[in-house]
Each structure stands twice: as structure tokens, then as C-alpha cells.
Design a protein around this ligand. Structure first.
Ligand code: TYD
Length: 139
């Protein structure tokens, strides 16, 4: 999937498994094992004020796994033709997001943590922050 041909229907929730233990669970994401790209960067959003939304951009190249490491939030995906709202609320499930999709995040529960595993290092040139530019480029 690349910038031009990706759609919201390509983005699914992946079960990244869980090692259960009575003393607590552990989830492992390992390059070459249970993620289809090599992770170059991990970042997380936290202390998000109530009612706030994040995102509001698309990427040319970046591929991501988005995980609700704690609490819950929604990811709204838009490919220029279709929109899809996905609720994330379990740390052992990841939303696989391809390049070429506009995304917004909202409905953050109090204390939630949004962890993102990313295929590339941070590069502002990879962002499209203007929705109308995104729509034009997608056509
Ligand atoms: P941005 O990706 O726009 O945030 P969100 O989509 O969550 O609303 O990033 C917000 C700011 O943080 C932006 O000015 C650049 C900075 N930033 C980095 O320096 N490195 C990173 O890896 C990320 C994700 C953001």
C-alpha cells in the first residue's frame, strides 16, 4: 500500500498478542516477528486535555501501528472517499495505518496514552497538513 492506492479499508486492527500472567500481562512487538515494517521511532501522546483532538494530517511514506497503551481513544481515518472511525481500548491491539490516509484522534479518556510505532524517523517533509492539498494529491 502506498500514498495513492491506500484506503481506509486496508487499515485493520491487529492482535499483537499478549503473554498472560497472574501478576500482569506483557505484550511484545518485535521487528521481523509481528510487525510488517521495521520500527524506527516510537512516540506517545499523554496528558491530553479532555475534549482535545490530535492528528489532522496525512503522511506520504510513514506507516504506523497505533496502540492505546492505556485508556481509550478514537482514530478517524479518511482516504478522500471514505471515512472510518476506530475505537482503540486494549494495549494488545494495534491499528495498522498506511501512508496516504488523513487521520484525526479524539475521544481520549482521562489518563489515556496513545503509543505510535513508526516506520520512519520524524520528518516534517513527510507531513501533509492541509486537507484540501491531501484530497487533490489523492485523486
Ligand atoms: P504532530 O505529529 O503534528 O502531532 P499530532 O499529530 O499528535 O497532533 O506533532 C506535534 C509536534 O511535535 C510537531 O511540531 C513536531 C513534534 N514532533 C517531533 O518533533 N517528533 C516526532 O516524532 C513527532 C511525532 C512530533
Amino acid at each position: 500500500m502506498n500514498f495513492s492506492n491506500s484506503t481506509v479499508f486496508d487499515c485493520s486492527i491487529i492482535d499483537v498478542s499478549k503473554v498472560h500472567n497472574d501478576k500482569g500481562n506483557i505484550t511484545v512487538v518485535e521487528n521481523g516477528a509481528n510487525i510488517p515494517f521495521d520500527v524506527k521511532r516510537i512516540y506517545y501522546l499523554y496528558d491530553i486535555p479532555g475534549g482535545e483532538s490530535r492528528g489532522g494530517h496525512a503522511h506520504y511514506e510513514l506507516e504506523q501501528y497505533i496502540v492505546a497503551a492505556s485508556g481509550s481513544f478514537d482514530v478517524i481515518l479518511d482516504d478522500g472517499l471514505n471515512r472510518k472511525r476506530v475505537t482503540l481500548n486494549m494495549p494488545n491491539f494495534a491499528l495498522h495505518v498506511f501512508p496516504g490516509l488523513w487521520r484525526e484522534l479524539d475521544n481520549f479518556s482521562s489518563g489515556s496514552i496513545c503509543m505510535v510505532l513508526a516506520s520512519h524517523k520524524y520528518d516534517e517533509k513527510d507531513y501533509i497538513r492541509d486537507y484540501y492539498k491531501f484530497i487533490k494529491l489523492k485523486k
